[in-house]
Ligand binder design. Structure first.
Ligand code: AN7
Length: 383
């Protein structure tokens, strides 16, 4: 049986905790099972005794955590006989929707803000055969249009207001617990629509309860789509910390933001769809929201790549930027274990990576001869 241990995606792995049936046709690209990497050099550099892990969700099939939710949303659409899906997106949801629709053999429509999505994400949506509708407007306007048009056309919404999305995404928390043997003390995430922070909390709560009841009010919004049956027990749940980009920080302002802006285009969102749920998560977990400037975000992205060799997109670096500041300032105490979710891969946004490395990249152009290349090496050897 040479293929017995083949990994076949998160629905197969967590079947008993997800709303699928034995005969459900599963639409999967092998998502989930992403690495949880312990940082070595950064904690040493900041001189703090903390265990920081990054959950590298950029290694999902389309390069972001969205695949966890999309495998569920598309699987259920197909099961219910749907032939077309639609989403509004800052980029990653559209890339994921396009790929899973192709895999399922159904049609995808994606609404994106014209000129405001990163190059890699646009490439993914275009090559997959999805219909890409660019609007002269931002994500929030796109989201409003998606909700309106779904009442007038035979399309299923696969944004995170689709309850199956959060069911798929909760599995990231399961994986972390199974790897660490317990929940971390703190879990830090970038927050846009706040779907992912909610999904993680649902996952952690389920894992800490044997009751089979909904154990978080955040889950009460799942419309009964949660089929969790109770089970494994761990004694702890993390404090959930959500970080937003300063220019797109409705949870910090305490109200919706109409003109969001940030270099981290993935989280350029002013009207979060999981507003109520995320406040519940904060309350139930004893957590908080904080904001990071674009400079802090880019600095963290660069630090992570230079010190640890892990390349994530700017939005994802928001979790690390915020966590490092909260560790330095003592909000996250020494001795803690901290997980930061790196939601998307760095290759999603090559333009920002190149632009922010221009001044500091060690890049020289030399003549194609031995002497020139040798000099480039000797000049650049570390001391
Ligand atoms: C890399 O693709 O909303 O707080 O339309 O792509 O669950 O919204 C993307 C969101 C964080 C925020 N990091 O997650 C979309 C979209 C990355 C992201 C978020 C997104 P939520």
């Amino acid at each position: 049986m040479p293929f017995r241990n083949r990994y076949t995606g998160l629905i197969d792995r967590y079947r008993d905790r997800l709303p699928v049936h034995d005969d459900t046709r599963i639409i999967s690209l092998g998502e989930g099972n992403t690495p949880l990497i312990r940082l070595n050099n950064i904690p040493r550099a900041i001189g703090k005794d903390v265990d920081i892990y990054v959950k590298y969700e950029g290694l999902n099939p389309t390069g972001s955590f969205k695949d966890r939710g999309m495998t569920m949303a598309v699987t259920k659409t197909v099961e219910e006989g749907g032939k077309a899906i639609i989403c509004a997106s800052t980029g990653n949801t559209s890339a994921s929707a396009a790929a899973y629709a192709a895999r399922a053999g159904i049609t995808a429509f994606v609404i994106i803000p014209d000129g405001k999505i990163a190059m890699g994400k646009l490439a993914q949506a275009m090559i997959s055969g999805a219909t890409v509708i660019q609007i002269r407007g931002n994500f929030d306007e796109g989201m409003r249009l998606v909700k309106e048009v779904a009442d007038h056309a035979p399309v299923s919404i696969v944004n995170s207001i689709n309850p199956y999305r959060l069911q798929g995404q909760k599995t990231a928390a399961y994986e972390i617990i199974e790897e660490l043997g317990r929940a971390p003390d703190y879990h830090c995430l970038p927050v846009g629509n706040a779907g992912n922070i909610t999904a993680h909390w649902i996952g952690y709560c389920e894992y800490s309860s044997a009751s089979g009841e909904h154990v978080t009010e955040a889950c009460a919004f799942c419309d009964g789509k949660c089929s969790f049956a109770g089970g494994s027990i761990v004694g702890n749940r993390p404090t959930m910390v959500g970080y937003q980009a300063s220019g797109s920080a409705p949870f910090l302002r305490g109200h919706m933001v109409d003109d969001p802006d940030t270099v981290a285009t993935a989280i350029r969102i002013g009207h979060p769809q999981s507003w109520e749920r995320a406040w519940k998560v904060r309350e139930e977990s004893g957590g908080w929201f904080a904001e990071c400037s674009d400079e802090e975000i880019l600095e963290a992205q660069k630090l992570l790549t230079r010190k640890e060799g892990i390349f994530c997109e700017p939005a994802s670096a928001t979790s690390l930027a915020g966590a490092l500041r909260d560790i330095r300032e003592g909000h996250i105490p020494e001795g803690s274990s901290v997980v930061c979710t790196l939601t998307g891969h760095g290759l999603k946004d090559p333009d920002t990576a190149i632009a922010q490395s221009k001044e500091t990249a060690r890049m020289v152009t030399v003549d194609a001869d031995l002497e020139s290349v040798q000099r480039a090496i000797l000049d650049n050897l570390a001391d």
